[in-house]
Design a protein around this ligand. Structure first.
Ligand SMILES: Cc1ncc(COP(=O)(O)O)c(C=O)c1O
Length: 481
């Protein structure tokens, strides 16, 4: 074990020195950077917003951190050197315990789509909570039926049977089980670098070692990732799709249960699958008797701007669609939508989920769909997202460290590298920029297998002024490194 550690240390030291020769290393960043001067007139200014949160009299960040250490899982982590105590939210803004406002460009990890505490969603939750909070689906209630009908109307083809869950993990677990039951096969094909959840089946489907514990995860084959930036075939979707056919031919009996993937990998660092990939793969899967599952947990609900669902950008219709996150604007809710033919497999035994379809959650879900329509949030995601992407692309011309800018609508990624040719992940610089942007009042996310990709997934009410503030802040930080 020690030998392995030593080898790792040597190889990582060698790697680091190679990086240092080509570009700035972390220690050089620290030496060069100028401290943030908040009274500097060139510091970008946050757009005005007419709202003041109520005074906060709760415990301090330090006290909360101490309780977390004593009473919560040691696996919890936080993003910043000085963790943020967030106590209020309003639309695309968050407020800390001192009333300081932040532009929230991460949206609770692509979850808050209408805006924090959107009044229509809050209203729906309060109204339903006052009337009936919980009953289970053993009794009739209109909240679940109305939302199922509205949700089904947003999906193409025969996708009209809805199962509600409490999370994305649960939705994907259920989808995988249904695929296995429907086809009588066990083999699942998923993508390297994908993320689908943290229970046994979904952890198996997930394709990143960092999210996979050392427990039995059987029956999944991980195909080449059709990643236009880092993948071996660039943007040629059909070439990557051949790997799925090879897996079917050489790794299974010739029949499979399902193929599951995101259309834009979120946790994996906003990787949009190469064009032409899904139509080719869905064809191979169908020929092998399997079904196609689209994981829309991050890319659904108008986030990509061009379409309501991510898979639509590849012109395919899946057999099962799974969703969570934005579906409830932050309320715990997930769903599996499929065809009547596939849905019937769950009648073979009893299937029950105590909270799935809870009236409060489904009332919130219906309110979310109405807000997306009423406030033209899909259009806004396209408009503001395209504007933001253009500005980020322009920044890429200014800073060598920006290796790639990608994504659609308000699901954007910025990959930092210390060497554009080698695509060496600029991990430390990513953390540094994130931390400094927080100091300026902008919260962004981070992801990718190497932890070197900024994830921009704000509430869909994000404005051009917010986008300008984000880019100007990133520019300000990078110009001082
Ligand atoms: C694409 C995707 N699928 C599934 C999940 C799991 O969802 P949850 O965390 O709600 O279980 C996530 C979570 O980040 C996700 O990004």
């Amino acid at each position: 074990m020690q030998g392995v550690m030593a080898r790792r240390a040597v190889s990582s030291a060698a790697r680091n020195s190679a990086i240092a020769q080509r570009c700035f290393s972390r220690s050089q960043v620290a030496q060069k950077e100028a401290p943030l001067q908040k009274d500097d007139v060139s510091v970008p200014k946050m757009p005005p917003f007419d709202y003041s949160p109520p005074p906060y009299n709760g415990p301090s960040a330090g006290e909360i951190l101490a309780k977390r250490k004593d009473y919560l899982s040691p696996s919890l982590f936080h993003l910043y050197k000085k963790p943020l105590n967030v106590v209020d939210g309003k639309m695309q803004y968050l407020f800390d315990d001192e009333g300081r406002r932040y532009v929230d460009a991460f949206g609770g990890i692509a979850t808050v789509c209408c805006g924090h505490c959107h009044p229509d969603v809050v209203d729906a939750i309060i109204k339903q909570t006052k009337r009936l909070q919980h009953s289970t689906v053993l009794y009739l209630n209109s909240a679940i039926a109305d939302f199922a009908e509205a949700l089904a109307s947003k999906l193409p083809g025969d996708l009209k049977v809805v199962f509600f869950t409490n999370s994305g993990t649960e939705a994907n677990e259920l989808a995988i089980m249904m695929a296995r039951l429907y086809t009588g096969c066990q083999d699942i094909i998923s993508l390297r670098n994908g993320y689908h959840g943290n229970a046994t089946g979904t952890m198996g489907a997930t394709g990143q070692s960092i999210w996979k514990f050392n427990v039995v995860q059987s029956g999944v084959h991980h195909a080449l990732n059709p990643d236009p930036y880092r993948g071996v075939f660039g943007s040629d979707g059909e070439k990557y799709a051949k790997d799925v056919q090879d897996l079917i031919d050489f790794g299974t009996s010739g029949n499979v249960a399902a193929f599951i993937s995101e259309t834009i990998q979120g946790v994996g660092g906003i990787v949009e699958l190469a064009p032409g990939y899904l139509p080719a793969v869905y064809g191979s899967i169908k020929n092998a008797g399997g079904i196609s599952i689209a994981d829309e947990v991050q890319s659904g609900f108008a986030r990509t701007g061009s379409h309501f669902w991510g898979f639509e950008s590849q012109g395919v219709v899946p057999d099962i669609v799974t969703m969570a996150k934005s579906i409830g604007n932050g309320i715990p809710l997930g769903a599996v939508v499929t065809t009547p033919k596939i849905a019937v497999v769950l009648t073979r035994r009893s299937y029950f989920n105590t909270f799935g379809g809870n009236p409060v959650c489904t009332a919130a879900g219906l309110a979310v769909l109405r807000v997306i329509e009423k406030e033209n949030l899909q259009e806004n995601a396209l408009l503001v997202g395209s504007y933001l992407k253009d500005r980020l692309m322009a920044m890429k011309n200014k800073y060598e460290i920006i290796g790639d800018v990608r994504g659609r609508g308000l699901m954007l990624g910025i990959e930092l590298v210390t060497d554009r040719q080698e695509k060496t992940p600029a991990k430390a610089e990513t953390l540094h920029v994130m931390d400094q942007m927080k100091e300026l009042g902008v919260l962004i996310g981070k992801g990718g297998f190497y932890g070197n990709v900024f994830r921009i997934t704000p509430p869909l009410c994000f404005t051009k002024e917010d986008a300008d503030f984000l880019v100007d802040s990133m520019d300000y930080v990078m110009s001082r490194m």
